[in-house]
Ligand binder design. Structure first.
Ligand code: NAP
Length: 537
């Protein structure tokens, strides 16, 4: 069959951390690879999320690749938590250092991916009419890469600028002298609000759900501290493969100690900052009464910080256990509400009536706005995969197959879609751990698998339906052992109207998950169907 398509051994969709690492590894195996990305440069979420205050809440020495020792020794991080421009520079440096750019196809948005059963290859068509073909396709499309704008009546009538944090203008936005509204108080909103308050003449935050946030206590990283960490980088990386991020995990339950001791532990960790706080005791994510103790500690902090008691009360999260929505990490978030030009509108008490040309009407009151920032999140985990019209065996549409929620085996493949791999997708620990640890693991597993297929002359691999069904049940059971399903979170798709409520990430420790994946591979890819060229699947 003659094709107009460019042909490769492997096609990778997405040029963020996952796609670049996949490219580098596959190239090392001698494979001909193309990485397609809609963006004009590498970086994935770090390319798009340029909003003021954007930074990672995994410490920079950990939020980095481990695959190259020289890279990790030579790269110098400037802060405990790197800001978006520094992370983007790092990814660009990796692209240059490993000469990855020559295999990138940027400004290339994939519209469809169709498996050709007779030829056993994936045919990818782009929005601008180009075609690419390869026997194997890897979705490195990111867990949080499809921004979601709010459906609020009249929003289309608003004449001011509207910016989503995940699609921030590259030239930046100057809000000086403006009346700015922010919708959304998740991680993005909580990072952006203190920075926006520095510029705006008036800042109004429209809050639907109050969120737990822990201070970052971000700071410069000293050379000595950095060198000390790097001296034992291998040990740190090995540990991260077990636990995801190097937190101080406690071996005590919240009620194994007295109330005073518990408070001291919360206090100690609060003063160190960051997500480590949520690991103060080992039962906070599984025992509601234990969780109530840490939630109350945070609420007391909010009440202590925010001067207006009514505003403080609105900012206190009460409708979900701490950590069941992704915990936020901030710099001066709650303090921002003490500024005279910052106002909180509690949408639970006073919902938005509608947007109008020059502002918004809330419970009959008109609030004038020049600009609106939407920190309203993403169609998480499945959004980017389902944005592409993917067709597997017999023309099966992935959108149809996943209409009631994503179904995968190990999060890595989905039945009916041979040779299509997903990095850090639904059914894997993904967003519940340091993303780069998850990405490196998946790239390793997938590339080992491709190596195996080549050695055994196997042309297709796909998840079997019974194994996939068992995995989906296993993922549900893991979530149900925790408090995680208790919140209306994006982990469950609850932020997208009509999206089925399915807990998407796999809530086990990444070390356990890695062993499960390894066991499957060791048993000749148990649960997967392997077939040689031309043989019926
Ligand atoms: P998010 O956590 O989904 O938060 C979206 C916010 O918008 C929520 O407060 C939500 O309220 C609100 N919202 C959505 N639609 C609304 C509507 N129609 N009316 C009023 N409010 C509405 O999104 P995000 O803040 O962009 O964060 C997403 C994830 O990205 C994070 O959880 C994290 O995993 C990652 N992230 C990480 C960092 C970091 O490393 N520090 C920074 C940014 C993002 P409800 O809660 O009521 O739905």
């Amino acid at each position: 069959m003659r094709l107009a398509a460019e042909r490769f051994d492997v096609l990778v969709i997405g040029a963020g951390f996952a796609g670049l690492h996949a490219l580098h590894t596959l190239r090392g195996m001698g494979r001909k690879v193309a990485v397609l990305d809609a963006a004009a440069d590498v970086g994935g979420v770090w390319y798009w999320n340029r909003y003021p205050g954007a930074r990672c809440d995994v410490e920079s020495l950990q939020y980095s690749y481990s695959f190259d020792e020289q890279l990790e020794q030579e790269w110098q991080w400037s802060e405990r938590y790197a800001a978006q421009p520094e992370i983007l520079r790092y990814i660009q440096h990796v692209a240059d250092r490993f000469d990855l750019r020559r295999d990138l196809r940027l400004n290339t948005r994939v519209a469809s991916a169709v498996f050709n059963e007779a030829g056993e290859f994936w045919l990818l068509s782009t929005e601008d009419g180009r075609q690419f073909a390869a026997p194997h396709c890897i979705m490195a499309t990111g867990a949080l890469s499809v921004p979601r704008l709010p459906d609020i009546p009249g929003i289309g009538d608003f004449k001011g600028a509207i910016h989503h944090t995940g699609q921030w203008p590259h030239e930046g936005v100057d809000f000086s002298g403006q009346r700015v509204g922010v919708i959304g108080t998740g991680s993005s909103g909580i990072q952006a609000i203190p920075q926006l308050a520095k510029q705006a003449a008036a800042l109004t935050v429209f809050q639907r759900t109050a969120n737990f946030s822990i201070p970052a206590w971000n700071r410069q990283l000293g050379d000595e501290e950095q060198q000390a960490f790097k001296a034992v980088y291998r040990e740190h990386r090995a540990r991260a493969r077990e636990v995801g991020t190097l937190y101080e995990f406690s071996d005590k339950g919240a009620f194994d100690v007295s109330q005073a001791e518990r408070e001291r532990e919360f206090e100690r960790r609060w003063n160190k900052g960051g997500v480590n706080f949520v690991h103060s005791f080992n039962d906070l994510s599984t025992n509601k009464a234990a969780n109530d103790t840490i939630a109350e500690f945070v609420r007391a902090r909010i009440r202590r910080t925010v001067k207006d008691p009514a505003v403080a009360e609105s900012l206190c999260p009460t409708d979900h256990p701490l950590g069941t929505k992704r915990i936020c990490v901030d710099t001066g978030y709650f303090e921002t509400y003490n500024l005279p030009h910052v106002r909180l509108v509690d949408l639970k008490k006073t919902p938005i009536d509608r947007f109008e040309s020059h502002g918004v009407k809330v419970a009959g009151e008109e609030i004038a706005l020049d600009a609106l920032v939407c920190a309203t999140g993403y169609d998480a985990l499945t959004g980017a995969v389902m944005a592409i019209d993917i067709r597997g065996r017999g023309g099966l549409s992935l959108r149809d197959k996943w209409a009631q929620g994503p179904r995968t085996l190990l999060g890595l493949m989905t039945a009916g879609f041979p040779n299509l791999f997903i990095i850090t997708g639904a059914g894997s620990p993904s967003v519940l751990v340091n993303m780069i640890v998850g990405i490196e693991h998946h790239v390793q597993w997938i590339t080992d698998c491709l190596d195996y297929l080549q050695q055994k002359s196997i042309s297709t691999i796909e998840a079997s339906v019974p194994a996939e069904d068992r995995w989906v049940e296993h993922v549900n059971a893991a979530a149900n052992r925790t408090l995680l399903p208790l919140a209306n979170s994006w982990f469950l798709g609850a932020n997208i109207p009509g999206k089925p409520r399915v807990f998407m990430p796999y809530a086990a420790k990444i070390g356990i998950y890695r062993r499960e994946c390894q066991a499957v591979a060791d048993k000749g890819y148990e649960g997967f169907i392997l077939s040689t060229a031309g043989a019926p699947a």
